[in-house]
Design a protein around this ligand. Sequence first.
Ligand SMILES: Nc1ncnc2c1ncn2[C@@H]1O[C@H](COP(=O)(O)OP(=O)(O)OP(=O)(O)O)[C@@H](O)[C@H]1O
Ligand SMILES: [Mg+2]
Length: 273
Amino acid sequence: MLAQPATPAAIARRDAVIDIDPDASCLEIQGLSLAYAGTPALSDLTLRVPRHRVTAFIGPSGCGKSTLLRALNRLHDLNETVSRRGAIRLEGQEIHAPEVAVAELRRRVGMVFQTPNPFPMSIYENVAFGLRLQGGLRKRQRDEVVEWALRSAALWDEVKERLGDSAWSLSGGQQQRLVIARTLAVKPEVLLLDEPASALDPISTLKIEELIRNLKSQLTLVLVTHNMQQAARVSDYTAFLHGGELVEYAPTDALFTNPRLARTENYITGRMA
Ligand SMILES: Nc1ncnc2c1ncn2[C@@H]1O[C@H](COP(=O)(O)OP(=O)(O)OP(=O)(O)O)[C@@H](O)[C@H]1O
Ligand SMILES: [Mg+2]
């Protein structure tokens, strides 16, 4: 079949999407379309996510940010109404390939949601949870990983004297950092964050942002945020989505100071809801 001739709009969009070096990319999304009960939510998205960088997904409510993030660790698997086309590769391997175990994929690609969701157990046990599921660690080794994960999540100093207390005794901001520590404990390669600070106060938000910036030395981060200042503060690359399409994808500085397309400019300047 002959390829459709590209429309001027499609050419403009293609020019506004940065091409990340395949060798430097951790995730590769190619021609991804997704629909809920036949209603499209993502249309033919193609982008690469660079390794050890923070990539932000921005765009108006309902544009498909969470849908895309959830696709990256197969959270749609249990939704029978979802249909999907296209490829998602993690370090070159298609995540839907039959040999990929979904539990192992979710260990490699961790996810943190908007509302902190610590388990009803102690601070220590929350972080040790995934390690216990994996098994194989002696108590001393487990203690070391728990401390490492809590330090990585910038929470250790606040909780080291009270590891046996209920996780629910922590503040919202501390709970979110605990959830990040729980995710880090199993050593993921990618951390997906869906508006991780939108339920938090400004000080807790700044702590999460600092944490995100510091974590990129360890892993690849993908951040969904409504807050454009936040995207500008923490991300290296920004993808602007609208109506389920990838409109523009560029280094964050370039996207915010010199957007290529009018649609992007209208959004970042507040002319589009
Ligand atoms: N489980 C679902 N079943 C049916 N439709 C859904 C489901 N989840 C999302 N949608 C629809 O898919 C589209 C994209 O939703 P999504 O949650 O990905 O948007 P979003 O960009 O994350 O929005 P927000 O900024 O409000 O969180 C919307 O039209 C939404 O109504
Ligand atoms: Mg969302």
